[in-house]
Design a protein around this ligand. Sequence first.
Ligand SMILES: *Cc1c(COP(=O)(O)O)cnc(C)c1O
Length: 321
Amino acid sequence: MAPALPTYDDVVRASETLAGVAHRTPVLTSSTADARTGAQVFFKCENFQRMGAFKFRGGYNAIARLSPSQREAGVVTFSSGNHAQAIALAARLLGVRATIIMPNDAPAAKRAATEGYGGQVITYDRYTDDREAVARRVQAETGATLIPPYDHGDVIAGQGTAAKELFEEVGPLDALFVCLGGGGLLAGSALSAHALSPGCAVYGVEPEAGNDGQQSLRKGEIVRIATPKSLADGAVTTHLGQLTFPVIQQRVTDIVTVTDAQLVDTMKFFAERMKMVVEPTGCLSTAAVLHQAIAVPGKRVGVIISGGNVDLANYARLLAA
Ligand SMILES: *Cc1c(COP(=O)(O)O)cnc(C)c1O
């Protein structure tokens, strides 16, 4: 039997769990962005979230909901970076042991940060190994609970709290743009949009090289692709989830794509105009607005900046190019 899909009530419960623990991140505006798009753009800055990305919300919410005996056995997860840091930090705050399965080419800064938060890291090859199988093996050996990066009701509900805060702060919007990897952030955001701003169009934004979400929406079933290569290393997922896909199908207007060049342009825009460090994956949503994947003149538009964790050497190289 398929597990129950998360609802907006789950997002509300997650926001209660996260109150006083997660940062209520700022919503910023930019007259340059407004001039470039003809819209009024509100940036929800999850690059300023604890550990540098929205993933803290879902990770903390999921671990907080475990029973005492589950917490005792610890948690395990697989992640290309930010979910790893989120689980390591959330587990430490909740006094739970965390094992993190990470690709061996993950950015050095992300691995160091994960270990810094007290997570135990195990590596795998993202082009040849099945990370989910590696995680299941650790799970079988230790009894730890698997907290996947996106396909989990409590993770989706936690991720939805960022958009909930955005709508509570700025009121109804005409359109909301959300970075899309496996769809936890998009599904959660769509639940909040539907409840708090029912007329708001919700768009997922993927890297052009990895448009499995767009293909899935068009085809009406989950499409799997080979691991794509993109600067957006947090969104190079191969498929949407059993829980994220149906929510996205029900609540998301469309999925659009942006190129790596547009991501770099957007990173420069954030650095130069808004004085913010935003990682390439975090630039997806804004790149779609600035480069008019969907035209938004005259509209009130929300954009979720999903994270700001960069490898400094890479970041400097991309900005200088
Ligand atoms: C994980 C991540 C995403 C993608 O989120 P999903 O819930 O997998 O769709 C986007 N941006 C950043 C910065 C991330 O860490």
